[in-house]
Design a protein around this ligand. Sequence first.
Ligand code: SF4
Ligand code: SF4
Length: 224
Amino acid sequence: MLIVEPKPIEEVLSFLEGEASIFIAACGGCPVGAEVGGEPKALEMKAQLENAGKRVTGYITIDFLCNKALSGLHLARHISEIEKASCILVLSCGVGVQAIANTVDKPAYPAFNTLPMRGVPGVWQSTERCNQCGDCLLYLTGGLCPITLCAKSLLNGSCGGTNNGKCEVDPQLDCGWYLIYERLRRIGRFEILKRYVPPKDFQRYMPSAELRNSRLWALERKGA
Ligand code: SF4
Ligand code: SF4
């Protein structure tokens, strides 16, 4: 299980500036354990966005949104609502946001931070990874994680070693930043690359004392 916490609504609205219409995809898996999942949270977010003047074209709740095959099937039923939206706001862990980004050619933004717990996603059978950094950056990358896709976890673009879309550390691997450039170009958000990302706060990589005293932590340790 991965543990998430909602980002402050001010932060969500700041990266949604310029996005007039939004489709909400909420996970009904792990976030339910943290009491921030499923339809209640989707409806709460819908109300907050509408209060801020945004148009919500629709919403969906998917149990274990990190399962791309399952998510794809559910999203297909909402295709007209998704087409009317300029982006998708995803209420899930970082794996779920990436799963949606890799399923739909729309910007996928994270509504949650994924906290360091060292757990695993609920149903996850694919290539997306989250390092549980505690401060999700996927709104700056079109929904792909630079921390797990780049061998050096670079935050502000590729190193000098990227070669024809491959990584200098392991030429068998795609360069994570090449994938991010290509995705931002495809979804028409290339200008996001002009934003500077400050160094990560590594204290957020440590589980907080509050989390270590929670029943979720006890359950996760029991299963480890
Ligand atoms: S930026 Fe990457 S590692 Fe951090 S929470 Fe998001 S998906 Fe996970
Ligand atoms: S080549 Fe790309 S993925 Fe590899 S370390 Fe450099 S920026 Fe990161």
